[in-house]
Design a protein around this ligand. Sequence first.
Ligand code: BES
Ligand code: ZN
Length: 873
Amino acid sequence: MTAAALEPVRLADYRVPAFLIDTVHLDIRLERTQTRIVSTLTLRRNPHSAGQGALKLDGDGLVFVEAWLDGVSLPSDAYSVSPHGFSLHQPPAEPFTLAIETRLDPSANTQLMGLYRSNSAYCTQCEAEGFRRITYFLDRPDVLSVYTTRIEASFQEAPVLLANGNRTEHGSLADGRHYAVWHDPFPKPSYLFAMVAGDLAMVADSFTTRSGREVRLEIYVEHGKEDRCAYAMDALKRSMRWDEQAFGREYDLDIFMIVAVSDFNMGAMENKGLNIFNDKYVLALPQTATDSDFAAVEAIIAHEYFHNWTGNRITCRDWFQLCLKEGLTVFRDQEFSSDQRSRPVKRINDVKLLRSQQFSEDGGPLAHPVRPEIYNEINNFYTATVYEKGAEVVRMLKTLIGDEAFAAGMDLYFQRHDGEAVTIEDFLTCFAEASRRDLGQFMLWYRQSGTPEIRAEGQWDEEAGTYHLSLKQILPPTPGQPNKQPMLFPIRLGLVGEDGDLPVTLDGKPFDGLVALAESERNYVFGNVRQAPVPSLLRGFSAPVKLTVALDEEALLTLLKADSDPFNRWQASQSYALKLLLRLVKDPTTPVDPRFIAAVRGLLAGGAVDPAFTALSLALPSETDIAREIGNDVDPQAVYQARSILRRTLARDLQADLLRTIENMTMAGPYSPQAADAGRRSLRNGALDLICAGGTPQALDAAAAQFDKADNMTDEMAALATLALSATPAGERALHNFRERYDNDPLVIDKWMGVQAMLPLEATLDRVKELMHDPAFSLHNPNRVRALIGTFCSANQTQFNRADGEGYRFVADIILAIDPKNPQLAARLLVAFKTWRSLEQGRRTLAAATLRDIARRPGLSRDVADIAQRSLA
Ligand code: BES
Ligand code: ZN
């Protein structure tokens, strides 16, 4: 059996569309299994295209009924049609209208792409190529059209009928049916089309823009969930205000709607005026959502809203330019959250995510540039590289050209390209003009894959009062890119003495803290260095690189205490812990350095100043962090063991300090999701978790007490996770009680599933298999699958990577079972194998065999075949 043949799409093959579609009129008659669509397009030849001949429209699994050209039914020899396309052999030279009727079965749509049903509602998901599952179309982002949508349905089944834009008409019809007409005046690509119909509850509010226009805000949810929307609504209003203040961007329609659905492949979708959300990122109450859930709701509401300008008003020319909207919008939502919360804490969390998701991707077989040049399946390119590294690239641009030029470049971009579908080159040109800089070398960040390494070496010359710093860039080979050109790095840095930053000079001038490294290697000589300094490099993580610098324990302690940069203070804590952990992986009997324990004690003592920051510094590098540092021949069990030893040692040696922290961080009064309170909870729960690693009865009693009396999900979940990890009867009791308490709340039961899937125990695999029979679980719902199976393979290093290969087998079987129904979901689970090559030989062999077995299966989806083949290449 051979692997499925894939037909790659190449950026180099881009051609402008041969036809333009100025208007789209969609007439949708909803029926559960027999929905009828008539799409009427006004078309004309694209004056910028050399294309001749037939009009070829995309389709995917469509059932064709009839077509009309300028109102006249088309004879069957005038076109050819299949489920995958419609071709009009001789399109008129002058503008014309083409109407096509198709039928589809929303109830049978398990891919959750196109028009499908979620619970009792009809909804759509069109990005990237879902519109072609509704009607034949030029389904590509550079075809912008004005849409009018008429929806008709049974009133009883679907009293609510929504589409993009403004509602222009509605009324009732015979047989208990009714209709609504929506018109969106802004030309848009098909991927931004949306329609929703169902029996939904609605929460309304309003927002007055800075120019005084009133915008109606509506959030639609299942009946009975209305009380869970308040936080999302508030986040929406804060996002709207922030985009006006930070980017000068005002909302443009009279209404903005959000619909929460429970079956959704992704987090949320930015359809024009009608965002559709995974309900996990809308519904939030203190009793059901954790602090991280609240933060995620806020960030995702903001992200999708911000797309209205970065993505919708200005869109992508083709899907290779995905980072144009996603990287930029992630950058914008990160900035928003930084302004709403603590900037350093947000930065640290973003970098943690980048390193764990993106660095591992960039270092393995699935590595690709921020702007890929070839793909087999576009759905597989909504990756950490496009999103997270894409955001880092925008951040570096801002660092390099400065805040003012960056703001001017953004303004120019909005002004010049409003209403267009553009490229990364168009985007960068705006900044090149605004800053009067050549950004040619910077462009390599979009073209070269792999995580660059920056090697730093420094030497203090006491007599001369100088410090010589050499910076070298090393660009590792990645799939398809054996050799690379030197890149441009903004490196923020400082020299730190016992009492803080030293006021040093560079080239005789006071040093402003930033260098731009453009060469393979460069030496800098800092002056006015009167005491032995410790270099604090890559402050704020100013570039997405792996920094290699030899800092001994004393140097790290200096940074931990005296660095003015909070990111590098946190980094020092992590680097120190990592040193110890790497030694423990090699030899579990290595004694733990008492200076480290003293430093953690110091952190705890000062914890009240910034609890969230302290919590981050207290948390040890994760198992995947340690594995990445080891690089190859990783034994996940040895990594886990090393981390456990260090945790137990800290728990034992810092017991009193941790108890004091727990006490000091306890709050009276009602729960608030605000960052300050969330920070105190994170420190308290971090301390609780650590102290329980010691396994003393008192510690576990404290966790049990917290579990019993918690008035919010953050504290309740933290206690549950800690108790479950203890693998004691108290843990089983807590799990049992939790299940009973939240029986009717799928999003909370997801957390319960996740906690169990994460347990680093031999018995976990069987437990996960058993949980699949829990009535709350379903292989059809992406949230359920991700909570149980996704957590098992991405957050349980020891059990997914079991030495006997059973973890791989289990996950592979599930992927193969899901693939025929929902290829996107299946392919995303398969990404869990992305670091298989760095495992020790036994596991590596087993993982490879499993991947090969998947790749060989007949009838795989393109999504899964693509990931399997690239993972093995
Ligand atoms: N446009 C995407 C949603 C999407 C992704 C649709 C892939 C189709 C295929 C949306 O703007 C998005 O990026 N959502 C993220 C969350 C965001 C906060 C990073 C998601 O869904 O994970
Ligand atoms: Zn997005």
